[in-house]
Design a protein around this ligand. Sequence first.
Ligand code: FAD
Length: 310
Amino acid sequence: MSVLLIAEFDQQSLKAATRSAITAATQLGGDLDVLVIGHNVNAIAQQVAKVQGVTRVLVADDAAYAKPLAENFAPLVQGIAARYSHILAAASSFGKNLVPRVAALLDVDMVSEVTKIIDASTYVRPLYAGNLNATVQTSEVIKLLTVRPTGFTAAKDGEQAAPIEAIATLGDQSLSRFVSENIQVSERPELGTASVIVTGGRSLGSAEKFEALMSPLANKLNAAIGATRAAVDAGFAPNEWQVGQTGTVVAPDVYIAIGVSGAAQHIAGMKESRLIIAINQDPDAQIFQWSDYGLVADLFDAVPKISAAL
Ligand code: FAD
């Protein structure tokens, strides 16, 4: 058995989601090659080499890979796929964009959003917005998986560095073109990996009020800020803050839901949080059924007081 994991990184460092996927990959057994695709990615390859459980780092360095265009990456992975029993990536936007394309090129069925590895071909994954956990088995010769980062702890650095090897690249496939990117620069922790998250709902009423109430609280707690889809749709918070079935799935140590009703699609994205605290003026709000602590209060009164007390 031999496992290939496709790494995801930003300019400076390997993403925490990839470290979690490495933990999942090591549970499959066998050698683990991690593929770094990009341009001038020497420093990233060296970071990957240090992570515990990595057998070898493969580097595909090409100017055509400077931006993560899945249309360019997928044929590269297809080209080396026959050497592996498993091909994995984190179930992030990057992995969800890339792995299905590789599956289509190889003409195999993939398994998405794996939360637990039972054995080399049997996995647990959520169904119906997380209301059911299905145990699924695949008989494909090459098993393609995306793994949910919240299901696995992040692999730490080990004592020894794995060898790094360059592999041949395929260049630009001319199927897509990078136009632009809009990166939110924030001092706050990343939503997907933050240990504390404060999430605001539609009831905050406007983008200005969302900022005025949520930011001081988040700053005091060194928390990431999340939002419900209703708050995002109303324009109170940016898209990438959305927590839930169609947003980011999170599992922080502490999740504080403020003016959030607790719709099933929201719960699907945060119910694995270790401690859930809710503030809602409606004592019958669904969110209280999922909360360890609940405060029945008007958020416009309670939140500034909590921020001040902190
Ligand atoms: P509301 O449901 O309007 O709730 C507002 C809450 O605030 C209420 O409980 C109310 O009692 C409380 N409140 C009002 N005023 C105050 C006050 N002054 N003080 C304290 N409490 C107050 N939603 C997501 O969040 N994430 C998803 O990923 C997602 N995906 C979806 C996918 C699909 C296919 C569909 C159909 C829906 C999805 N939704 C998602 C939407 C979801 O169903 C809910 O509509 C949404 O989560 C509700 O957001 P909310 O709690 O902010 O708003």
